[in-house]
Design a protein around this ligand. Structure first.
Ligand code: MN
Length: 479
């Protein structure tokens, strides 16, 4: 499935940047760009066209890189597959994890330099991104934690606000890191975590896999690489981290401490408000000899795609288990690559699209609006999906609405009813769900639901065209 293992040594962050550089997809900024807003502003403007490397950001010796995974076809390229195989290849890796390979502690590149006394405000070049952000945020930090009960690791990306010399506040969504933290709290112990910054594209993608708890995303990284991921033990905990990472922050999420976190501009292109949230106590920082710091500009394509592709792959797998007629899914960019799911269905029976809609809501709590379309509609083209809604959907019979379900706490419309009040954690993110069956009837008269097609329109007409009008052909429309 994966060509990586056949033709190349495992992809690293540095080899990927080199490939981008050789193909004019990486641009180097002037030295000394400001960490506050300037890096994010430039990264945002270059998003989907080029990755940007910032030497000496804010005078810091560690360079910052951003935007190296901001196109769907770059992600497919990193995985060694065609765009059309992307979801199947990701799914194959998620379902066939490869156990990691341990590199002795101390000999891993990510531990070449060790800092026991740290000041997070100056040690790393951490940018401040959006206008109303509370300050510098680590946005591309893989949080690695261990289930205190089973010892199985979890990887996720969690936003991290640098609060002081050795303390950082985090927003944990109600998923696996949160569950491990709850188990730790029950035991009365802090939860050891590692924050890994600067990993290869495939490990980054693997961190976003939507797999059950106790499935180690680093093993999915191995499967994506086609070879076990090299890991090494942290200096201050039992955690295993990618040995070839650029930077590793070791610490613990404290059990009784809370500090203010936010506001922060998030993927839905809105700010999350400031609230008291959990705190990481930093114990050590290790890094490569000349490390590179990766930042993801929030709500831009690198951020959105990183979430979309693993979600699409798992939602497709989830739906196909119950509905073999499901052919493709897409989380649209306008729906922040999280909230709007388009499903392509080869419909066999009436009613089936509504079952698909219900199944999709169960696939991930972020899915808010689902549109089911027929196989003649390209779910990657929002214009075609809108066309299907315009011509194959009747609101009184084709609409499904569910009230009071769990939604995304980052969707601001879920919290409007509570404006001005403190919302208890268990009440956050309550959301309605809506499904649109935009499929045509299975049986219809004549060509009433046949999409207009001109025979030959799919062929490139180049061979039939003369080219620009010449003096001779201009005579055809001479006044
Ligand atoms: Mn997980």
């Amino acid at each position: 499935m994966n060509k990586q293992s056949e033709s190349r040594s495992p992809l690293t962050l540095r080899s990927w940047l080199e490939r981008l550089a050789q193909t004019d997809r990486l641009v180097v900024a002037q030295p000394g760009m400001e960490l506050k807003h300037q890096i994010a502003a430039i990264g945002k403007r270059m998003d989907t066209s080029k990755a940007v490397l910032f030497p000496q950001p804010g005078g810091h010796s560690i360079p910052v890189v951003t935007g190296f995974m901001s196109r769907r076809e770059w992600i497919a390229e990193a995985m060694g597959v065609d765009n059309s195989e992307l979801l199947q290849a990701y799914r194959h890796a998620a379902e066939n994890p490869l156990p990691w390979q341990e590199v002795p502690a101390g000999s891993a590149p990510c531990q070449a330099v060790v800092h026991r006394e740290v000041d997070m405000r100056t040690l790393l070049p951490i940018p401040t991104h959006s206008e109303h952000d509370s300050g510098p945020y680590i946005t591309a930090g893989l949080i690695i934690a261990r289930n205190p009960d089973t010892g199985v690791q979890n990887v996720s990306i969690i936003r991290i606000q640098v609060n002081s010399k050795d303390r950082m506040a985090v927003l944990m969504l109600p998923r696996h890191t949160w569950a491990f933290y709850q188990a730790s709290v029950k035991k009365g112990e802090p939860l050891p975590v590692a924050v890994v910054i600067g990993v290869d594209p495939l490990t980054l993608l693997a961190s976003q896999a939507i797999v059950p708890i106790n499935h180690d995303e680093l093993e999915i990284a191995g499967a994506l690489h086609g070879t076990p991921l090299r890991v090494t033990k942290c200096l201050t905990s039992e955690l295993r981290v990618p040995a070839d990472a650029e930077i590793v922050i070791e610490g613990r999420i404290l059990i009784d401490e809370r500090e203010m976190e936010g506001p922060f501009g998030e993927f839905p292109k809105y700010y999350s408000s400031a609230e008291k949230r959990e705190v990481i106590q930093v114990d050590a920082v290790t890094h490569r000899k000349d490390p590179i710091y990766h930042t993801i500009v929030p709500a831009e394509m690198e951020h959105l795609l990183m979430g979309a592709i693993p979600r699409e792959a798992t939602l497709l797998a989830h739906l196909q288990r119950s509905f073999p007629g499901v052919q493709d899914v897409h989380l649209s960019v306008g729906g922040t690559c999280r909230y709007h799911l388009y499903v392509k269905l080869r419909k066999q029976r009436e009613g089936e699209p509504k079952n698909v809609i219900l199944g999709a809501f169960a696939g991930h709590y972020d899915v808010k609006h689902v549109v089911v379309v027929d196989e003649d509609v390209d779910v990657h083209d929002p214009k075609q999906v809108e066309w299907a809604i315009a011509t194959r959907f009747q609101a009184d019979r084709d609409l499904v609405v569910i009230s009071g379900a769990q939604g995304s706490i980052l969707d601001p419309s879920t919290t409007v009813a509570f404006a001005g009040e403190e919302i208890p954690q268990e009440m956050q993110g309550i959301s309605a769900k809506m499904g649109l069956d935009a499929t045509r009837p299975v049986r219809y008269e004549g060509h009433v639901f046949t999409k207009v097609h001109v025979p030959g329109e799919d062929r490139d007409p180049a061979q039939y065209l003369q080219g620009p009008a010449t003096a001779e052909t201009r005579k055809l429309f001479a006044e």
